[in-house]
Design a protein around this ligand. Structure first.
Ligand code: ATP
Length: 495
């Protein structure tokens, strides 16, 4: 954990520095380390503790708890050089007195006497953020996380009354650290501690538990969701072209590929008819390439306060970077950036969000494979399709007869049925215009019908379900036709 940049900002006499991070303990440790390395006195303020001198000196209360205006006045009047760390000042900025005091501190001729470091769990109001220089504490590196694992283990061993063992191989330790990426050091320590106390051993069998704990943790974080990707290419019927492309690039992030002179793959856009397996493909890439899968939920990015949505997008991308190598899946990308394609209905927000995403796609140098999926091309900004953004734009069409037969076989197998007992040719012929999702649905309906009759499912049950279905390609014929026409010549067929 290097605070060199923070030290430079303080030495450059910036009066107010902001650190927006979910990892407050880490930011505090960093500020303390920097203050110690500079030999500068440090005071810390929080609404519950007041303004107190920070370690290594004994705590001495300078201003009573609750009085933020008094604490800011104290900073201004202290008259000697010091660093002041304020925790969660943002919510107090609704008070005009606090805003005025911060502006006074910023514009004061004595401003080189103090460095206010604002550590915030959420975004600062824009008028305050403008007075600050932001400092990014970044996510813990692999080395720091390895250190967290070691310390948590030693701590558990010291405090436990029973014997605690570690039986991780070097490879398992590497995987463990990889799994912990994108978490704060405290979250990582809590998850590792939970795994140790489960059976008093830290070993390879804890990895699935730790992945689950992390998934739960990220599940509550909003914009990025860690998705389980336990599917294999054999679970997809058809899409042979896409599978071949992905298979060729599976070693693309390796050092060997770099030495060979290859650029790592950056991502694909999967455009296509609903229910034909685009989401399934995102999962297959992650599982075949043994990379975690993160799904960005564009709907959750949008916030009601100006600047927050972009901050959330940047935060999500930074988090994906911290967890790299990963597959980052943006589902229904057109929904997130829809009005970027047309005249903006949201004051230019989606244009700016889209701009942020495009420049990130262009500039980032992390092993992140982006899989974007889209159903509606009309809403996609043309810049997204420009050459070089994605490695390839695939069109996922409705499956042909042979692919439909394979998809029937896959979904029968998944439900423990022997495909040899079904007439796959007839099923495929009867289901022309069906998507993979509709084929799956027909299999499920057929099984239910047979189950309610108390018999075993046969071809006839599924044929009846097909008969009763009005596929999307019929209901929305024009849309599907125009999508196909658009994709022809512009996209590479996935099949
Ligand atoms: P949407 O645009 O509605 O999100 P999609 O193209 O992403 O649809 P999926 O969500 O991947 O489609 O498909 C839904 C389900 O349909 C899958 O989980 C899978 O069970 C089944 N399915 C779709 N296509 C295929 C396929 N080619 N092979 C096997 N199963 C498929």
């Amino acid at each position: 954990m290097s605070g060199e940049q923070l030290k430079l900002l303080i030495e450059a006499d910036h009066p107010i520095i902001s650190i927006e991070t979910p990892d407050e303990p880490r930011a505090v440790r960093m500020v303390r380390a920097v203050a110690a390395s500079m030999g500068a006195p440090l005071y810390e303020w929080s609404v519950t503790e007041g303004l107190v001198s920070a370690p290594p000196v004994p705590p001495e209360v300078k201003v009573e708890p609750g009085k933020v205006a008094a604490a800011l006045r104290h900073v201004k009047q202290a008259g000697s050089q010091a660093i002041y760390l304020f925790k969660d000042l943002g919510p107090h900025c609704k008070d005009p007195q606090v805003v005025r005091l911060l502006r006074d501190l910023y514009f004061s001729p004595d401003s080189r006497l103090w460095s206010l470091v604002l550590v915030e769990g959420t975004s600062l109001p824009p008028e305050i953020r403008r007075l600050t220089v932001p400092y990014d504490v970044a996510w813990p590196s692999a080395d720091e996380l390895a250190q967290v694992v070691r310390q948590t283990f030693q701590e558990a061993r010291r405090r436990s009354l029973v014997e605690i063992e570690a039986k991780l191989t070097a490879r398992e330790m590497e995987q463990l650290v990889q799994t912990l990426r994108g978490l704060t050091t405290d979250e990582a320590a809590r998850i590792v501690s939970g795994a140790i106390h489960h059976d008093c051993v830290l070993d390879g069998s804890d990895l699935p538990r730790i992945i689950d704990a992390k998934r739960n943790r990220l599940g509550t974080m909003g914009c990025l969701e860690s998705i389980s990707a336990d599917v294999s290419p054999d679970d997809i019927g058809g899409l042979a072209n896409l599978k071949r492309w992905l298979n060729q690039r599976r070693g693309g992030f390796s050092a060997r590929a770099r030495e060979y002179g290859l650029e790592p793959p950056r991502g694909i856009l999967l455009l296509g008819v609903q229910g034909c397996g685009k989401s399934l493909c995102a999962k297959v890439v992650a599982s075949a390439w043994r990379m975690p899968l993160l799904r960005m939920d564009p709907g959750v990015l949008y916030q009601k306060f100006i600047g927050e949505s972009e901050a959330r997008l940047r935060e999500s991308l930074a988090q994906a970077e911290s967890m790299a190598p990963v597959v980052l899946w943006i589902d229904e990308i057109e929904k997130a950036f829809a009005s970027a394609a047309s005249e903006s209905a949201d004051g230019g927000l989606s244009q700016r969000m889209f701009g942020t995403l495009l420049s990130w796609m262009q500039d980032h140098r992390h092993p992140i494979f982006l899989v974007a999926t889209a159903n509606n091309i009309g809403q996609l900004p043309p810049e997204l399709m420009r050459k070089g953004r994605f490695d390839e734009v695939f069109f996922v069409d409705l499956p042909g007869p042979a692919e439909r037969a394979t998809i029937f076989a896959i979904h029968l197998r998944k439900r423990r049925r022997d495909k040899a007992r079904f007439d796959l040719g007839r099923l495929a012929a009867a289901s022309e215009g069906f998507s993979g999702a509709e084929i799956e649905q027909a299999v499920v309906s057929g099984l239910y019908a047979a189950f309610s009759e108390g018999t075993e499912c046969c071809t006839e049950h599924i044929l009846a379900a097909i008969e009763a279905t009005n596929p999307l390609s019929v209901v929305m014929r024009e849309r599907v036709e125009s999508l196909r026409a658009w994709a022809h010549g512009r996209c590479v067929p996935a099949d």
